[in-house]
Design a protein around this ligand. Sequence first.
Ligand SMILES: Nc1ncnc2c1ncn2[C@@H]1O[C@H](COP(=O)(O)OP(=O)(O)OP(=O)(O)O)[C@@H](O)[C@H]1O
Ligand SMILES: [Mg+2]
Length: 264
Amino acid sequence: MSHYLLIDHIDKKFTRGSHETEVLKDVTLGIEQGEYVSIIGHSGCGKTTLLNIVAGLTPVSRGGVILENREVNEPGPDRAVVFQNHSLLPWLTVYGNVKLAVDKVFSASKSRAERHAWTMHNLDLVQMGHAKDKRPAEISGGMKQRVGLARALAMQPKVLLLDEPFGALDALTRAHLQDSVMAIHEKLGNTVLMITHDVDEAVLLSDRIVMMTNGPAACIGEVLDVSLARPRKRLTLAGDAEYLKCRKRVLEFLYERHRFVEAA
Ligand SMILES: Nc1ncnc2c1ncn2[C@@H]1O[C@H](COP(=O)(O)OP(=O)(O)OP(=O)(O)O)[C@@H](O)[C@H]1O
Ligand SMILES: [Mg+2]
C-alpha cells in the first residue's frame, strides 16, 4: 500500500572520528494525507533526528523518505518545520518574517498584492494580524511560535513538521496554542508530524501516537490509534474513558516498558 508520506526503513548513525553512534535503527512509518501523527519518546532517543531526516536537513545512513511517491532527501517548501525555539529573523517584523517565506515560495505564482494578502491571511489564521509590525523581541514566546506556525502554514507544505513547538511555553499559553493548531488542522486538513514530550498533548492532538524506544538504536516500539471524535474539547475529554485509556497506554509505555535511564 502506498502512503502519502513514507519513512522507509531508516537507519541513522553519527560518526565522529572513529566513534560511531547508532541513533535510529530500522524506523518505518507510513502517514496518510490529513493525518496528525505525534512522535513521543524519552529525551535523546532520536526524535529530532528523525524529524530532521524527513525535513531533508540530515542525511540517512540507510533507507529513505518518500512523499507522494517521490523520494525527498533535501529541504524543500513541501515540508515546513516549526522548531521548539522560534527561528524568526530578529531584524524583520512579524509581517516581514512570514512575507519572506511567501515571496520565496510564491514569487512566480502569485502577484505582489496576492502575496501580501496571503501573508496577512496566514497571520490572521494564527491570530497575529494585530502584531504584524512588531519585531520578534517585542512579542511573547507564545506569539513567536504563532508567527513560526504562520510562516510554515503560508508555505502550503504537503507536510507540517513540528518539533516540540509548544515545549518552551507555560501551560496556559501552550493550551491556547494547542487549541489553535487543532482548529487550523480541522479547517485546512494539514498532514502533520509532531514531536512532543507531553502525553496529554499527544492524545489531545493526534490521530496516532508513535512511541519510540530508548536509544541507542531507537526504533518504533508501539503505535497507538486515538479514535476520539473531532473537534475535541480538552475539558470534556478530561473525564472521557477513551481519552484516559489512551493516556494510560502511553504512560505505561514510557514509564514502565521504556523507563528513561540517564546516561552516566
Ligand atoms: N549532529 C550530531 N552528531 C552526533 N550525534 C548527534 C547529532 N545530532 C544528534 N546526535 C545524537 O543523537 C541522539 C538523538 O538526538 P536527538 O536530538 O534526535 O534526540 P531527541 O529525541 O530529539 O531528544 P530531545 O527529546 O532531548 O529533544 C543523541 O544521543 C544525540 O547526542
Ligand atoms: Mg529533540
